[in-house]
Design a protein around this ligand. Sequence first.
Ligand code: FPP
Length: 255
Amino acid sequence: MPIKFPFTKNKKQPVPQTVGLDYNQLPEHVAIIMDGNGRWAKNRGMPRIAGHKEGMNVVKKIVSHASGIGVKVLTLYAFSTENWKRPKNEVEFLMKLPVDFLNTYLPELIEKNVQVRTIGDFDVLPPHTQKAVDEAIERTKHNDGLILNFALNYGSRFEMVNAVKQIAAKVEDGELSSCDITEDLFSSQLYTSDLIEPDLLIRTSGEQRLSNFLLWQLAYAEFWFTEVYWPDFDESHFEKALYDYQNRKRRYGGV
Ligand code: FPP
């Protein structure tokens, strides 16, 4: 368990310094299932959407921190293909969150050299969500700092079925034969085709499941779970996850 020094100041924000964390050996790609917003709100007698709003503020904190310490890719599960089952007002709120986030935070993302991207079935999102996200993608596309990848209307099974359909179409057209189908070819048909695979998956709130998130891409990721609800998650929890990751032995099936 790393011992925390008091926060030290840098120019923009306090940066927790976790003893023993090697900032030169960070996981390149961190994926997060930001869970527990609803329970956080319920415990406070507040509506579920209050938890999501607070969760958005935590997104800001973690993005700043990940960008500041040099993580290369941060993939955040913001809305799953299954989340449409939630009450209408909650879905509407969740669809508005990226708009609010980008309205207030895009200038800072640009200043931090962050590149915004998405994975998921984007075309069926409400127009205001698409517009805000499209604008952020366009305005940050030349940035080469942290890739901030929002999983929006994302479902891993849907993604994989689509990949299969695309490959099948190429086989039908005679562009490919079935023996050309490899793991790399399959990966190339996923939303994440030009991203490195996640090294570390974090899930908050005590749940320990994948919930249809990056099922293919997480094959060799290290998993890190915490009981902390997402709205209570902060930079020190993030660094603890990174520290624990650094103390894992990744063997990729070898010895
Ligand atoms: C799961 O918690 C969380 C979500 C479905 C939404 C996550 C969204 C955010 C944290 C904000 C995203 C911000 C931006 C900028 C897109 P839950 O509601 O399932 O919690 P519960 O399990 O306690 O009910």
